[in-house]
Design a binder for this molecule. Sequence first.
Ligand SMILES: [Zn+2]
Length: 375
Amino acid sequence: MRSWSIPIGRLFGVDVRIHLTFFVLPLFVFYTESAEHSGKANPSHDLALVGIILACVAAHEIGHILAARRFGLIPKAVILLPLTGVTLFDESHSLKPPTPDSLWKRDIRLALVGPLVNLALAGFSAAVVTAIVPGIQLMKWPFLQASDLPKSIVWAGLWIAGLNAIPAYPLDGGRILRAIFSRKLHISAATRRAVSISNAIAMVLMIAGLFSNQWLTMVGVIIFSAAQLEERALVFQSVLDNVRLEEIMLTDFATLSPADTLEDALDKAVHSLQEDFPVVRGSDMVGVISRQRILDALRAEGNGYVQAVMNKIFEVSVRGDSLGSAFRKLTSRNSSIIPVVEDQRLIGIVTLQNLMHSMSLLAESRKLRRDESES
Ligand SMILES: [Zn+2]
């Protein structure tokens, strides 16, 4: 997910990222508008139209975020695509774990909130613009047009509500479809089925748009990239849940002794690729220390013993723990190494570096294997 979207800020405590396809929107508006007005585009109006669309998308996503909080779900990130956004949830991290029976109902409610916010705002702005713009013809084609911004405010909301009603996952209509599938199927199978339907819809729209309205092609592209996004999140989630530490832990690693001097420790560190070291006395794990910590201590206080500067509070895992649990331990303690122990004996280590590395490798190999079994 890191390559296709860039962070732009936070909204109600949730990271907001902008998907690279978003930048197609201003270009697209400019292009269609200038084609319609035989080359006489009005850049400031075009930009205002983009702003209106963005505001409607933001209102829509805020609706989802606030509703998710009410249901005890943690929104992970909002990704802005042209014409819509996608709120990704941390589905493994529910504050109030719902029963499987109520899960699909919750998902449907959550999906409906977004379009309802847009419909409500469209109704409200329709009332306002008819009151303050005399002679406005709300029902006259074209609805969404840079030269008629008040009308566009009303129609952008309706448009985004309508767009999200398309049963193409991860748009809201597709989320409802997945919720219905999930009554009979496991959630990941339900998601996969919803994603295939979504890809088919995207394909039809892209092709149909080539022969009619370019906006359809645009919608097809958006749906396609949004589905891709969820698909990747899903693969990562399954890696996090299903891979055990024993499959990725490093078993060939260097250790330090608490009685080592910092200069000796640095000397050992130089001969290793490791950034973090378990500190072991006999067969007991007594602490962890990073190469950086050794360097900092040497600089600040001169030579001393590892014992004095090592981190004595650390979390341990066992070989059967999932990658997800190790990841949470690392991030919650802000540490970068987890010793894997068995009968109080150190049998391996997992470092943040090695975790990130294995996760992307495993996600890639799972996707390959799945593509093979599906074709
Ligand atoms: Zn939505």
